[in-house]
Design a protein around this ligand. Structure first.
Ligand code: HH2
Length: 274
């Protein structure tokens, strides 16, 4: 069984970096750059050299408005990349909502299933993960990438996201996933507008009080554009690092980022100050 450091230790464990590896033609900031498996593997190895503990490999863009990708196409995009990176210095995560893709990715060498739907899109993903004894990250969102923007309405974002994630954690545990294999993520930018994203980031300690480690992904996202005015996603590093540091100070355990080296450095400083 895979496990993060559990219990009280995990709170003190140094936060670490998860490098984003999108084997997609259409992701919002790096779509098309690593659509070829060899290019994706080379990029993965570069992120390992820069200090990534995890690589999160995805074959379906989940940016707002994105269309669904067929399982066969998603599998063809991610499996060769996972096989090429397994055992080469990083722990591997599969970013998928689909049970068939998760199952193949775990067989190919991934050890964490990163599900942006928290098991709502394809509930069988929970049993597949449980059977493999793998780690599972339940991210918060509402609807699907195609419909989520219209569902960004909250009276109390922190309370509503915390309650929804507690429900997803329960569903995962009911399906047989070991609580020590569970990770939660507030889902920055998923069915959330700027005030909601800021509220859940400020409220990370409330989310952490559920007792599971937290992944936070805000790298280059629209909230950085909204706060800085920087239009080109690749130029949003400074804003992304400020957000990352705040997330580390509020208890994030795994930071999902595009720019690994500067994020490793910012995390080291923020972690020393928390
Ligand atoms: N964000 C994205 C995708 N997967 N997984 C988790 N756990 N947390 C996140 O915040 C998260 C995620 C969206 O970002 P990206 O992968 O860069 O773009 P795209 O969805 O267009 O591939």
């Amino acid at each position: 069984m895979h496990s993060l450091e559990a219990g009280a230790d995990q709170v003190l464990a140094p936060p670490c970096i998860m490098g984003i590896l999108n084997a997609t033609p259409d992701s919002f900031s790096d779509g098309g750059s690593y659509a070829d498996a060899d290019a994706a593997i080379a990029r993965g190895l570069q992120m390992v050299a820069e200090g990534a503990t995890w690589l999160d490999i995805g074959g379906e863009s989940t940016r707002p408005g994105a269309d669904q990708v067929a399982s066969e196409e998603e599998l063809a995009r991610v499996v060769p990349v996972i096989e090429g990176l397994a055992g080469r210095g990083a722990r591997l995560s599969i970013d998928t909502r689909k049970a068939t893709v998760a199952q193949a990715a775990l067989a190919a060498g991934a050890e964490l299933v990163n599900d942006v739907s928290g098991g709502l899109f394809d509930p069988r993903i929970l049993t597949v993960t449980a059977k493999a004894g793998a780690l599972y990250c339940a991210m918060h969102m509402r609807g699907t990438p195609a419909t989520m923007t219209g569902q960004a309405n909250y009276e109390d974002p922190v309370a509503e996201v915390t309650l929804a994630l507690a429900e997803r954690a329960n569903a995962a545990i009911q399906a047989g996933i070991d609580p020590e294999c569970l990770i939660l993520d507030p889902g920055i930018g998923f069915a959330k507008r700027l005030p909601h994203n800021l509220a859940v980031l400020r409220g990370l300690p409330t989310l952490a009080s559920l007792g599971f480690p937290l992944i936070v992904g805000l790298s280059r996202k629209k909230m950085i554009l909204e706060l800085t005015g920087v239009d080109d996603p690749k130029q949003r590093l400074a804003g992304s690092l400020a957000g990352l540091s705040a997330a580390v100070l509020r208890g994030a355990h795994i930071l999902r980022v595009h720019d690994v080296k500067p994020s490793v450095e910012a995390t080291a400083v923020a972690a020393a100050l928390r």
